[in-house]
Design a protein around this ligand. Structure first.
Ligand code: CUA
Length: 355
């Protein structure tokens, strides 16, 4: 249609398309049924692992309330969109016709602004109350310092004479309030124990904290929940919730100075390989690990001597295997100590010369 024709056509009343072929009651009915099904599905799905802290219950309830409040919103909007596309779409032969004129509807607009606003303020208030409630300071709280680094967690317990006790596994006495003080040596990490439902970022240079009271015995995974580098997915540890007596004896054992390496350096090296998380990044047949973040030690160390391996542990950037980058932490020399590095290098040298 040319411009002239169009302006001519617009002088008279414009022909309208036939009105809706369906009414809003039908749409409302579909919306209600879909919302009920959606809420039922949302509540039936088992979203979380077993709950192992006192904080878990109010947080899981909060989650359920959010599902009940948000599913109808999502479903309602989807139903209106899909319904309108199907029922009110332009049919063949209607190309020249217009829909009924719309002049807005103040009442409707007030309603659809007010309802979400009330919903939002209500849910935020509720969530805020739950948060302040689970973070309330409690008597007899034990503070544990959690240090994240690429790609491992270390836990520091208050020991005797103000000295800290370091551990690679997180041990917690049951029913005792814990305050985690989170720190990072390098980049952002996120200390998350899904079974406790709590998580927070660890930020270099800032102390962040959260509280939790474990209330179920068992072993629970600890996960880093912030993309922090190549080994992010391997940055895992275990939280062991045990009885007060078990915890006390474990802590006493952990506080003892490490036993001097025994004669057979080979087996000791294997222990060091496991306890320092080397297998999180490296494949080593003898240790049964198959990670691919770093080079396979079976391959790259096959023709290297103990001295080379020692250098690679203490100064990982000195020589980098083809196809890999300089991402191995530089502090293994410091962490293992000279005896540890010797034992580990000896072990690695021995077990990689098989073929
Ligand atoms: Cu640390 Cu991801």
């Amino acid at each position: 249609m040319g411009l002239e024709e169009r302006s001519l056509a617009q002088t008279g009343p414009r022909p309208e398309r036939p009105h809706a072929r369906a009414d809003w009651k039908q749409m409302l009915g579909i919306g209600i049924v879909a919302s009920i099904l959606g809420i039922a599905a949302g509540l039936l799905i088992d979203w979380f692992p077993v709950a192992a802290s006192e904080e878990a219950k109010p947080i899981d309830t909060l989650w359920d309330v959010l599902i009940i409040a948000s599913v109808p919103v999502f479903v309602g909007v989807s139903v209106v969109v899909v319904f309108s596309v199907l029922k009110f779409r332009m049919r063949p032969g209607e190309e020249e016709l217009d829909g009924p004129p719309i002049h807005g509807n103040t009442k409707l607009e007030v309603v659809w602004t007010a309802i979400p606003a009330i919903l939002l303020v209500g849910l935020c208030t509720y969530a805020f109350i739950v948060l302040t409630d689970v973070e309330k300071a409690q008597a007899n709280t034990m503070e544990i310092r959690v240090v994240g680094e690429q790609f491992a967690w270390t836990f520091y317990y208050p020991g005797e004479n103000g000295e800290e006790v370091a551990a690679r596994e997180l041990h917690l006495p049951i029913d005792r309030p814990i305050k985690f003080k989170l720190q990072s040596k390098d980049v952002l990490h996120d200390f998350w124990i899904p079974a406790f439902r709590m998580k927070k970022d660890t930020v270099p240079g800032i102390d962040v904290s959260y509280r939790v009271t474990p209330n179920r015995l068992g072993r629970y995974p600890i996960v880093c929940a912030e993309l922090c580098g190549l080994g992010h997915s391997t940055m895992r540890a275990t939280a062991v919730v045990q009885t007060e007596a078990e915890f006390t004896s474990w802590l006493a054992e952990a506080a003892k100075p490490p036993a001097p390496p025994e004669g057979g350096g080979g087996s000791d090296g294997k222990g060091l390989f496991a306890s320092n998380g080397c297998g999180g990044c490296h494949t080593l047949a003898d240790a049964g690990t198959n990670a691919t973040v770093g080079p396979s030690l079976d391959e790259v160390l096959a023709d290297k001597d103990e001295a080379f391996i020692k250098t690679s542990i203490e100064d990982p950037g000195a020589e980098i295997a083809d196809g890999y980058s300089d991402t191995m932490p530089k502090d293994y020399g410091q962490r293992l100590g000279p005896d540890g590095v010797d034992a580990l290098a000896k072990y690695l040298s021995e077990v990689t010369k098989g073929g």
